[in-house]
Design a protein around this ligand. Sequence first.
Ligand code: HEM
Ligand code: HEM
Length: 179
Amino acid sequence: MKKEILMRRYPSVVIALHWAMALLILAAYLTSEGGPHVRTNPPTLHFWLGMSVLALFVPRFISRLVQGGPPADNSHGELLALATRAGHWALYALILFVPLSGWYAASRLGLAVSFLGFQLPSIAVDGPPGFLADLHQLGGNAILILAGLHALMALWHQFIFKDGTLLRMLPSLRSNSPD
Ligand code: HEM
Ligand code: HEM
């Protein structure tokens, strides 16, 4: 039998990255700051946490494209399956857009962004934060709201539909179980 048919959960690397990134996104949100004092007292921890999300996006997305995931569960109708897929792709889009627009906002404000000991280049000329910086703030709030709804849906599936959805994103405790 082919591996895709046996696969019931996401590959371990996707699972590890999913939970690491969920924690990093929450931490980036909690350390975010806005307003004029950002220029004089930049939230460097916020920058670092946000850039870690961007760095992990690359292996996550590649492993997702290459290894795929467990087959979609269509047992609750096509519409819910479509909404789930759309929600996941919207989350991926925000995971990429929010850190990139944050880097842009920092660059506009003339703030240095360092990551893993390297000073990253500025990606915009100094000036007022601008439209993309506003979108960064909006996107930062949107990702938290969407992830919150997504978590509620996952819990709803697990405990109301009792279809084992949560297990798809949890590591297997048995060493020989198919994943
Ligand atoms: C997933 C990652 C991130 C999330 C969830 C996030 C979220 C937010 C939020 C909600 C705000 C608005 C805070 C407020 O007005 O009180 C904000 C502001 C800001 N963030 Fe992020 N951010 C992320 C990544 C980054 C990164 C990677 C950078 C820079 C390298 C960055 C730079 C900034 C800057 C400079 C501001 C202030 C913008 C301004 O005042 O115009 N952010 N962020
Ligand atoms: C910032 C927080 C979060 C983000 C950005 C996020 C993002 C994502 C994304 C993009 C996927 C799609 C995976 C794929 O198909 O490649 C996914 C799947 C999943 N997430 Fe999250 N997630 C977050 C938090 C949570 C939380 C708190 C829970 C549980 C309470 C959760 C449970 C799940 C489950 C069970 C799946 C698999 C769903 C399925 O295959 O039908 N996630 N998540």
